[in-house]
Design a protein around this ligand. Structure first.
Ligand SMILES: Cc1cc2nc3c(=O)[nH]c(=O)nc-3n(C[C@H](O)[C@H](O)[C@H](O)COP(=O)(O)OP(=O)(O)OC[C@H]3O[C@@H](n4cnc5c(N)ncnc54)[C@H](O)[C@@H]3O)c2cc1C
Ligand SMILES: *[C@@H]1O[C@H](CO)[C@@H](O)[C@H](O)[C@H]1NC(C)=O
Ligand SMILES: *[C@@H]1O[C@H](CO)[C@@H](O)[C@H](O)[C@H]1NC(C)=O
Length: 515
């Protein structure tokens, strides 16, 4: 096992890498000089497999190769550590700093009895991660523009409505009825929220989970997504949510797992991919510094947002069927806004809702200054999603802070709310390594699109959270996809079973256009 000091890993990875690092040249220049991937046959590749991205999918794909004895791979990661969207930060005034999670925070669904286990839960147990049960349904206080107002009855109705929603969605499956927007689904079961209390309650059950509005999301896939994760009668893990409060960061579980099987020479950190050249015989990757790496296979685990925003160039350009699939899935954004105060002055429950006249305006609040969580931390955070996240990413921190403070002062009219001692929020959508937080399934994304999103092109494979049919958006989705891609490449390398999914060309309506 190597040292978990990430800096050391980075240095080792560079020092002992099995390839010579050429003189840095800009990517465009390198492309002209080195030409296409054709000469691959004449030169020894740098590795059998390049794993592009060191998040959960990349690390688990690597583990699945290593388990089958294929160790000639390199994980290429832009950041200085593994973990991807499992990303923590030190937060707080200098004398009161603690670790908070900017990205993934919950193990969503655990295990009931001997039923199927969430593999992230299993990793958390294996690596002794410090988690606490998150009571998302009953530990709730409700507020609106007039301060504390009890509308828990409205909130409970929204929770029940979501169950009805999943049942109504399932009723469409046997007859193969077309998908609808989640908004249409809600309307069909008579749920038409109008008051701010009803709207924020719906927001909590829907947007707060999917990072997109019901208008932007699939009726059917949203329902099965929730079932597959949470509903034990439907193949899900359990109803429980465990929140990581581990001060090593939630990412510790994947870094500790990686440390068990990865050798430093198999990781290249601080290496940003600019261009991916691919063919039926191999893949080569050009980094921002001009370094070119070649391999027989590559697995691209970059987020859907990265694929959608041309942050990485493909040569040749991706075919139309792949581009259509990439643009047809949605990358949502989920933003946690952390505040620290000298003293706790807020609710004692784990959660609070704030009903504004504007849907999605700083609606969900979470206290961390609670026994079993981070007592004494003075930390509370708000969450915004979707277009509201994009809106605040375009504002300055000071502007966002002043809006958030305005909301807190509305929630607590009888408290003299002081300015926070620390304030922080990540900009996932603006970050060229992510371009959002996690994928969500819109109504216009048909099952054939998902097959195409996942299908390899030549020796270039695609993996990651967004490719998962049952668990898109989740850590366990990234895990299962990484594992599956790794296994398939093992089959191809060993020549036992190599069955790459073929794309579906020209996805059609079942009924012709009438014009
Ligand atoms: C705010 C937020 C909250 C979330 N909450 C939860 C939660 O509570 N529970 C849950 O289960 N899931 C949650 N998720 C989703 C979960 O984090 C993801 O599904 C999962 O981490 C995705 O893993 P991945 O390996 O598919 O992708 P990634 O983690 O994105 O891995 C891809 C890697 O590629 C790297 N990369 C990108 N571009 C380049 C490049 N050009 N060159 C080199 N490297 C590059 C990235 O740095 C990254 O490390 C959340 C995500 C976010 C952002
Ligand atoms: C604020 O204080 C007033 C007067 O004491 C009280 O009537 C009111 O209910 C309080 N409001 C809240 C939201 O606590
Ligand atoms: C979701 O689970 C409910 C049971 O709570 C079930 O009735 C419904 O059919 C499931 N829906 C889907 C889409 O799987």
């Amino acid at each position: 096992m190597f040292s978990l000091s990430l800096h050391a890993v980075a240095l080792c990875a560079f020092a002992s890498a099995a390839f010579a690092l050429p003189r840095p040249v800009p990517a465009q220049v390198a492309r002209e000089v080195t030409g296409s991937v054709e000469p691959l046959a004449h030169q020894a590749p740098d590795a059998q497999v390049l794993i592009l991205g060191g998040g959960v999918a990349g690390v688990i794909a690597a583990r699945s190769l290593a388990k089958q004895g294929i160790t000639d791979f390199i994980i290429v990661e832009a950041r200085d550590e593994l973990g991807g969207r499992m990303r923590s930060a030190a937060f707080g005034a200098p004398n009161r700093r603690l670790t908070v999670e900017l990205g993934a925070n919950w193990i969503q669904g655990t295990q009931k009895g001997n039923g199927p286990a969430n593999p992230i839960f299993e990793l958390a147990l294996k690596h002794n991660l410090n988690t606490v049960e998150s009571d998302t349904d009953t530990s709730m206080t409700t507020y609106d523009v007039n301060g504390a107002v009890n509308y828990l009855d409205v909130f409970k109705n929204a929770l029940d409505a979501f169950t009805q929603f999943t049942i109504a969605a399932a009723a469409r499956l046997p007859g193969n009825l077309v998908d609808l927007t989640a908004r249409a689904g809600y309307s069909l079961i008579g749920q038409k929220p109008k008051s701010p209390h009803e709207i924020v309650s719906e927001y909590y059950t829907f947007d707060w989970e999917f990072a997109q509005t019901p208008e932007q999301s699939s009726f059917i896939a949203s329902a099965w997504g929730m079932n597959w994760t949470y509903n034990v009668n439907q193949g899900g893990f359990s109803e429980d949510n465990l929140l990581s409060v581990d001060q090593r960061g939630f990412k510790y579980l994947i870094q500790a797992e990686a440390a068990e099987f990865l050798h430093p020479s198999q990781i290249l950190l601080q290496a940003t991919v600019a261009t991916i050249e691919y063919s039926d015989s191999g893949v080569s990757v050009i980094l921002m510094d001009g370094t070119k790496l070649t391999a027989q296979y590559a697995i691209c685990t970059f987020s859907l947002g990265v694929l959608q925003n041309d942050d990485v160039w493909f040569d040749p350009p991706l075919p139309a069927w792949k581009a259509e699939a990439i643009y047809s899935m949605t990358m949502g954004t989920y933003t946690k806004i952390f505040l620290q105060f000298h003293q706790k002055f807020w609710f004692d429950t784990q959660f609070a809702l704030y009903a504004d006249s504007e849907r999605g305006r700083y609606p969900v609040w979470q206290g961390l200054d609670i026994d079993g969580f981070l007592p004494g931390s003075g930390v509370v955070f708000a969450t915004v999603t979707g277009d509201y996240s994009k809106r605040i990413e375009a504002m300055t921190d000071a502007q966002v802070q002043s809006e958030v403070m305005e909301v807190l002062r509305a929630m607590f009219p009888n408290v003299t709310v002081p300015e926070p001692t620390a304030f922080l929020f990540p900009r996932w959508f603006s970050d060229p390594l992510y371009r959002g937080s996690f994928s969500t399934w819109p109504a216009s994304f048909v099952p054939q699109h998902r097959i195409n999103l996942r299908a390899p092109i030549g020796r270039l494979w695609f993996s990651g959270e967004a490719m998962s049919e049952k668990y898109f958006g989740y850590l366990h989705g990234a895990y299962f996809e990484g594992e599956a891609t790794g296994k398939q490449i093992v089959g191809c390398i060993k020549g036992q079973q190599c069955n790459p999914q073929r794309p579906i060309l020209g996805i059609q309506n079942t009924y012709p256009y009438g014009v």
